[in-house]
Write a protein that binds this ligand. Structure first.
Ligand code: G1P
Ligand code: ZN
Length: 545
């Protein structure tokens, strides 16, 4: 087989962000762009040679083209065995599981997560390491450095491989295997959760679900798990056929984009008991009850408080972790349980070391992410199954479980305000402005709230002692309120400022306030501190979550 050496020149913008390299489809379609980045990965991930590679994506536009290119380059680089999801599909959690199950050297996931797809939309590449988790910063930094020196890349001269049917092909020294994307993952879920119990409740008619796959990758997974293995009623999974443009929608599981789901859950007593949606690549989830939204930070806290009730977690939790901007609801639970609660920078990669070192069992992010030690990624369907199992054991609704939790631990009112499409230099100046104020903020009082602490969050990994700096400005108040400012690392245009607002309320008589009303003081303090009006001429955020 002929291996072509193709000349190229470096692209200056191939630095991976919070979650791999994410760009407009058009950018990835630029001649040599994808190949250069892949060559940089192959240069760094030398263990792939002679090893197993897991490959798949969320089905968005450009997924299958990219897979064909990756196959040609992987064959050229002597990968011995490549497992590719049928039709090019694999959810992010499934890739993580497959890497671990088959002791693969790594995995390549093609996705831009919850960003829109289609020719005008976004595309992305993530590399996951042998532990199943997103590559660490030192790996992605190395890939970026390599990308700046690419002069050639290698491509095997082979035909496109048919991805439609399961089977195996020997291409030179490489075995390419087209696998069922769902079965291994579904088997894992069956080991963790009490499928017999959940199935019985579905059968009795006492339990019902609506799962919105948003025309993204989780459709086939949800059909198999909820409808086939758990016997949920036919029609329980909606928008279940993956489409290249996600049916024109935005595969972001929130109250705005999962509109059909929200309507179904608001149909009074005829509504399903539990509603859920997942994102493009299946790692995020939103959970709702009838007319009731549970914020992801509360989800993590509720899971932590109740995990011991589930057979899969009956031995208890070694510890928990949350990302910096995630509310501190889980901290209260960890304190009561007497377990460690770690605060990490944004992005799933920081949880990997804690999980590998068995310091934590559960972890989560405010951005609709939750997961456990079963894999090294966040996992949308796992989270929904966790809740189904919990509802089955407690015989309580989603709302009842959440309210009981607040009554016991207090409620953390929480919201994220996003200011999108800011000029990047203006956004950097705004963050610099905040950084400059850090020194003097402590002790100052705003609208009756006194600042108890303030810093630019820096994280020292307790396992490998690596230090990650400048992860967000964190302002803590004496009354346990908190504001965090940071810039998004996943955007593809301009800069996005994220402002995370939080207020703790112990009194259950005050657990029914509107979230934005409850946070009104923090909202105005944040605007004043960041000088949003003068610096960006913005009065209101673009998105409130
Ligand atoms: C966002 C979320 C973060 C998540 C990441 C990847 O990153 O905030 O929690 O891990 O997407 O899904 P950001 O755009 O804020 O850098
Ligand atoms: Zn995602």
């Amino acid at each position: 087989m002929n291996i072509q050496q193709i000349s190229s020149v470096p692209f200056s913008d191939q630095k991976p962000g919070t979650s791999g390299l994410r760009k407009k489809v058009k950018v990835f379609q630029t001649a040599h762009y994808l190949e250069n980045f892949l060559q940089a990965i192959f240069n760094v991930a030398t263990d792939l040679k002679g090893g197993i590679l897991i490959l798949g994506g969320d089905g968005r536009y450009y997924n299958t083209e990219a897979i064909q290119t990756i196959l040609k380059m992987a064959v050229a680089h002597g990968i011995s065995h490549i497992k590719v999801g049928q039709n090019g599909l694999l959810s992010t959690p499934a890739v993580s599981h497959l890497i671990r199950k088959y002791s693969a050297a790594g995995g390549i996931i093609l996705s831009a997560s919850h960003n829109p797809g289609g020719p005008e939309g976004d595309f992305g590449i993530k590399f996951n390491s042998a532990n199943g988790g997103p590559a660490e910063t030192k790996f992605t930094d190395h890939v970026y450095a390599e990308s700046q020196h690419i002069t050639t890349y290698q491509l095997a001269e082979i035909d496109n491989v048919s991805l439609q049917t399961q089977g195996q092909f020997q291409l030179g020294d490489t075995l390419v295997e087209i696998i069922d994307p769902v079965s291994d993952y579904a088997d894992l879920m069956e080991q963790i959760f009490d499928f017999a119990k959940i199935k019985a409740l579905f059968k009795s008619g006492l339990l019902s679900i609506c799962f919105d796959a948003m025309h993204a990758v989780t459709g086939p997974y949800a059909n198999e798990i909820f409808q086939r293995r758990l016997n949920a009623a036919v029609g329980s999974v909606i928008n279940s056929i993956p489409q290249e443009d996600f049916g024109g929608g935005h595969p972001d599981p929130n109250l705005i984009y999962a509109k059909e789901l929200v309507e179904r859950l608001n149909q009074g007593k005829d509504a399903p008991n539990l509603g859920a949606a997942s994102d493009g690549d299946g790692d995020r989830y939103m959970l709702i009850g009838r007319n009731f939204f549970v914020n992801p930070s509360d989800c993590l806290a509720i899971m932590t408080a109740n995990a011991h009730l589930l057979s899969g977690y009956q031995l208890g939790l070694s510890g928990v972790a949350r990302s910096l901007p995630t509310s501190r609801a889980v901290d209260k639970v960890a304190e009561t349980l007497g377990i460690e609660c770690y605060e990490t920078p944004t992005g799933w990669k920081y949880f990997g070391n804690l999980l590998d070192d068995r310091r934590i069992t559960l972890c989560g992010e405010e951005s609709f992410g939750g997961g456990s030690d079963h894999i090294r990624e966040k996992d949308g369907i796992w989270a929904v199954l966790f809740w189904l199992n919990l509802v089955t054991i407690k015989h309580q609704s989603v709302e009842e479980i959440t309210r009981a939790h607040w009554a016991r631990f207090g409620r953390h009112y929480y919201s994220r305000h996003d200011y999108e499409g800011l000029d990047s230099s203006v956004a950097e100046q705004l963050m610099d402005g905040l950084r400059k104020r850090i020194e003097t903020l402590k002790g100052e009082t705003f609208a009756g709230h006194t600042v108890s602490d303030c810093d630019d969050f820096s994280y020292t990994d307790p396992v490998d002692h690596s230090v990650t700096e400048h992860q967000g400005i964190r302002i803590l108040f004496q009354d346990e309120s908190r504001i965090v400012f940071r810039l998004s690392g996943t955007g593809t245009e301009g800069a996005t400022l994220r402002v995370y607002l939080e207020r703790y309320e112990a009194d259950s008589a005050l657990h029914d306030l509107d979230t934005q009303v409850a946070l009104a003081d923090m909202i105005s303090i944040a605007r004043e501190l960041a000088e949003l009006k003068t610096r960006c001429d913005r009065e209101q955020p673009d998105i409130i979550t």
